[in-house]
Ligand binder design. Sequence first.
Ligand code: MG
Length: 404
Amino acid sequence: MTAQNHDGDTAILIVAAGRGLRAGGGIPKQYQKLAGKPVLTHAIDRFAAALPGAPIQIVIHPDDIRLFEDARQASLHGDNLLPPVFGGSTRQASVNTGLKVINQIILNIKFVLIHDVVRILLSKTLIQDGLAHAREFGAAVPALAVADSLRRNTADGFSEPVERSGLLAVQTPQCFSFDLICEAHERTVKAGLTDFSDDASLIEWSGIRVKTFPGEAANFKLTTPEDFVTAEALLFASLADIRTGYGYDVHAFCPGDHLWLGGVKTPHSRGLDGHSDADVGLHALTDAILGAIADGDIGMHFPPSDAQWRGAPSRIFLQEAVRRVRALGGMIAHLDLTIVCEEPKVGPHREAIRASIAEIAGLDLNRVAVKATTSEKLGFTGRREGIAANALATVRLPLQSPEV
Ligand code: MG
């Protein structure tokens, strides 16, 4: 890859190479979904909102390439991401690898914010404060005063108090002059020191003093299953503007040997007539989502008069509606589709259609419902002239601004 200049002078380095299975869920904790989005995606979106356009380097475990790709696609800011690099055997080695790759790819980086992926509830202000402190002092970390009384265990099986005044609990992002932290990493490698617990201690060892700035209680590290419950509750609480949208669509049968239902190509003795692929289910869902965010309808965003949508796969309509929800900082809580027809029989395809809609919309399967009914031989669907679809979308939006 050739080195490139970049508009800004700051890079983000997110360390996500850990195996952390302790939180449960069967996959590394940085890829578990919270409020519909992987943990890593939350971290990416927070930094992208605070420092728009800043390149983001993620250090991952080699086994996690597919999980990483899913997390990248779930972000609106995937374009900010540099290709992922693989971590080393320690956190320190992972950070050093990430720094070296940033240095190779981007020419004009002067500051770097190094962040643990499992802190996802940090504010824009915290991130911007960190950068401001790095600019002024060269090395700065967010820290909170310790609130609990502290004790340490003693060799005889009892414990003794530890004076807590002046003690601070350190968080991330740890924010540095890029050259200073790169040099410090090189010096520790040469000295054979490989196990610094964080970059603040590492840069301090190399003689640079570290400034602190106020951390945030919400910027806690996701460690236990209870932490995930707390974090998700906080995320849902921030998405408290709950909207419902309705969509309806009809397409008439025409000669053909298949039709599209919810993104699934379904063999049938007739097709459906329409400008695009005439996927009546995806059209109703798209309008339901657009309705929930009061953003026009499918015909406004994809006019039938526009030749580029002729024969278009309707998944792009649904994906655009989903993108518009995400751009508002929101999430889709639920999609509910009812298909009305005498033929074809929807039942055998129902689960495939559910899975297809979930995949297209980037949702867990349990947030997608597909139902089917006839109209008891009444009306145009009863006369087998076409298929109708009704859809409801439930969307959660942030209470205030469209920021993350
Ligand atoms: Mg339509």
